[in-house]
Write a protein that binds this ligand. Structure first.
Ligand SMILES: [Zn+2]
Length: 182
């Protein structure tokens, strides 16, 4: 009786990689239920626990139709793509990265850098007003979630271990972005 091939260890490895990255479990899969309930309120310290603050409002069914399954999982359910798997992790072209949910220009290639994290990393957004940073104290960690200011799509998290001049690392899921060459 030998071990079966690598399938189980590989699955396990994949799972570990997928949760290890943007600082662990945190990129928040337990928020999937989609009810704007307690968890969202708990995560928001400014009293605005729902999505009504975002100019672009669509119901869940509409988002599901417009997005791929993976985009929906990350943007609307705060999922995280598997580390090192994303399209833009090693992307080098010059241009802008738009929100995959609404098309808003979020990041530019000139602030992209190699963080080694497994996700595209930027030291600044194109404009501070393009993103919203929200406190995220889930999983016993205090982190900051990055959302598209237009549609409220989940982009990733921001950490204070980035390079100069900001010292910030915007750790963003490739699947939340659409690159446009410029
Ligand atoms: Zn958006």
């Amino acid at each position: 009786m030998k071990y079966r091939p690598l399938s189980i260890p590989l699955l396990l490895l994949g799972f570990l990689l997928s949760t290890a990255g943007c600082q662990a479990q945190s990129c928040g899969n337990e928020l999937m239920e989609g009810e704007e309930g307690k968890q969202t309120e708990r995560r928001t310290n400014n009293g605005k626990g729902d999505n009504s603050m975002f100019p672009i409002q669509k119901d869940d069914e509409t988002w599901k139709k417009e997005l791929t399954d993976e985009q929906y999982r990350v943007l609307r359910q705060k999922g995280t793509e598997v580390a090192f798997s994303g399209r833009y992790y090693t992307w080098e072209e010059k241009g802008v990265y738009r929100c995959a949910g609404c098309g808003s220009e979020l990041f530019a290639s000139n602030t992209k850098y190699h963080s080694g994290s497994g996700w595209p990393s930027f030291y600044a957004p194109l404009d501070e007003a393009k993103v919203i940073v929200k406190k995220d104290d889930s999983h016993g960690m205090l982190r900051e979630e990055v959302l598209c200011a237009q549609c409220g799509g989940h982009l990733g998290h921001v950490f204070e271990d980035g390079p100069k001049p900001t010292g910030l690392r915007y750790c963003i899921n490739s699947v939340s972005l659409d690159f446009e060459k410029k």
